[in-house]
Design a protein around this ligand. Sequence first.
Ligand SMILES: [Zn+2]
Length: 496
Amino acid sequence: MNNESDLVGKILRDTDGREYHITAVLSKGGQGIVFRTAEDFLIKINTSADKEKYGERYRWLKMKGATLPKETRIAFPIAILEPPYIGYVMKEAKGHVSLNDYIEKPDEIEDLWDWYFNATGGLSKRLQIGYLLAKSLRHLHINGYAYVDLSPSNIFVSREKNSLAIIDSDNITSGAYKPLINGTNFYMAPEIGNNISVASTVTDTYSYAVLLFKMLTTCHPFIGDDAEEASPEWVQDSVDRGKLDYIGDPDSTENKNTNFENTKIFLTDELLELFRRTFVDGKLESSKRPTLMEFMKACAHARNRVIQCDHKGCDAEYYYTGESCICPLCDSKPEKVYLLTSRNMVRTKGKILIPLDGSPDMRPLDVYSDEIGTMAVTKDMKYINRSFFDESIPFELDGSLAAVGRTKDGKLAVINLVNNKIMINDSKMSNARQVMPYKKGVTGPVVIDEKPGNYFLFLEKNIDVTTESEFIDIKQIEKFYGTTEISKFILIRQEG
Ligand SMILES: [Zn+2]
């Protein structure tokens, strides 16, 4: 095949005789070309020197892909192309765009912030993608596979929806079945670049961290200002082999990036620490790298902290760090922020509150507050997930329980997204109101009055968030204190 676009307009068949009308080239890579078809499937045709070896791999991937859960979000081969082509058919994720759109600013948009915030959904969209990608890869890893050549060209995301798809499964490895390539330049772990290790789940996690870092800060973690003067070959080789210092290394004065000094405001302390562990401690020692689960949690925590500037004409997103924080774009203070904090409480009939871990020498306390998560809300809508109440919720079960947002006149509205009981109390524990489960056109949100300040949002005893981590033996406590219940609640405070 000399000119791949020659195939546009042609009909290809799979080994079961189904026909596909090629309509356009979607992407081209080192190993092949991906085409769109009139049948809404994608077709990958291998054009590499190793294409005979890939023929065998594609049959293996088709078989394995059928056994993996759909949560991996990977488009595995669903049919194999008929010779002379070496390639396969996969599902197309409709309405998804390449992750490159979130990583590289196109030349036609001049202003970096205009692109970051207005054209690509800003900080919360990027954190959402970071969370979803870690989750997809984790699903693949816990099933015993590594993805191997992670790069933005292989990932497609929905602009509007909370959705992501990974399209190129060619190099997935089970360890026993070796991939034909070991990674993508600028995203591969140094042990791959130095040829001293094979691709694995920890090299995937390294590539993921590079990708997340680039997406959030617009900088590559190892490309500093000096790279502009150097030859592209030298830069690529030095990055891939881990020869350069991390641009965010607090203990190094080498390899600094001026741009990063402006964009590191898009990293929380938790994310900064995970990147330091990956690119400093774990650069050459893979066992020191954080896990995908840690990145997932950090993305979720960061997203909870994002607020949208409520100053007129400015919608920039940034992290709420307290009453004195200001918008990095327009320098104004947020007018009104609602701060939500999730807590655990053990309550007995006698209204005595005791700590969850206090069973050996139980001591009644006046108030016991066991802070778990924090969320800040200005204009934007936020979702309260199960893990907001309990970090040990298995990630497969981490659905949304409620949504909070602002009404047109600036009040806080709470929407119940499940069929469980959610109550709102004022600070005097009077005036309890039930938040009815949301039904389109039937139930509206419950609006919280602006003053006085403190409100509590209660979930009915343990609803949906009970896990095995709650080792507390309620029967033992009840012997001493009578009827006992563990409550999950959120304290809603208005700041600013
Ligand atoms: Zn602003």
